[in-house]
Design a protein around this ligand. Sequence first.
Ligand SMILES: [Zn+2]
Length: 416
Amino acid sequence: MKIVSPLTSQPLRLVNSIQHYSWGMRGASAFIPNLLGIPAEPNTAYAELWMGAHPGAPSQVSLGDFQIPLTELIQQHPQEILGSKVISRFGKHLPFLFKILSAGEVLSIQTHPDKKQAKALHQVDPKHYPDETHKPEIAIALDELTALIGFKDITEIFAVLKSYPEITDFFGREIISSFRSKSNESEAKRQLFSAFFRFSIEKKDELLESIDHLENRLLTLSMPTETESLFLELRKKYPGPDIGLFSLFFLNLIHLKTGEAIFLPAGVPHAYVHGNIVECMANSDNIVRAGLTPKFRDIPTLIDILDYSEKRLPILTDNENAERFMYSTTADEFAVQRYLLSDKKTLLVQKLQTPEILICVDGATDLLFTIGSSMQTMRLKTGESVLVPAILEQYKLKTENQAVVFSASTPIQSAL
Ligand SMILES: [Zn+2]
């Protein structure tokens, strides 16, 4: 291990890992290579850019003529990078993972465990649940994001069962009539979807048959709905008995415009369908998958942890297009801000003595900071990212033309 000492109070340039999951965008117009200004390799999917210190793919910190994984640099300099507030609250770990995610195709339908569930899952199955922590996440659209998020409400579910007899047949009469008789909505949904996901293992032949029936009928429609088209498109990719194909009809299909965001607490089923986003989450890769994936699925766990409550998740947005906008969530591990910078302006950023990661997604800006008594400048161009260690307590963003910058940091307010 390379020993780095001492660490001065300055932003550190990051070189980040790209994840090539098969659903990522491909070809010359792929978002991530364009953002980074690198050529897109042929036959390669560019799914996620990971900025942070997840042991699975830590960012490299560029220090003059060599690079060191951020995980190692944190081990050597926890105090300088994380600061004492983060260390006493989260231990010597960066609490969040910051990402650019680029979905060319639909991702698996998934949910994430809460703190208690994550700990228990990691203990019994560390292979599939690599982290001890929960994974609340925020998705901020960089262009248009189409996503499936949360179960529909009870009236809409009745409408789905009425419009798609093929799905009702798969459930069977008994389940449906017991569902209709329940007065408590979230309990009714819990029963219905527990049966739904359980049958996906127990009644594979019936599932495949019902999917075939629905496909055959939808193929005759001249004007399929967006969800129906999605079903037909995904059916080609998942020819087996995949419960994800029916799940599409029970989840809310939403569209986020540039800058709009959604925060996903534990237990909410979701799948990103298409689009490019900034994503931030607790530093965890614990995913419980239901369908539309060749990866490991864990139906019993899914049934256990899904959230059936009626609350519709709000869309977070800044109507004023402010120079600085904070996406407010209930996460302890992270807070994401967007900077819309322009016109030769200089913005002072006061930090909370916690770590921060900045990425410029458009234009360029200069970071101004002082080391001792000397003023330093570091340019942050499109696709470039830096870690601002806790010891750097303030800096300025000076923008010649324009820049869009996203920041992730840990929002610890009170001094300990
Ligand atoms: Zn997720």
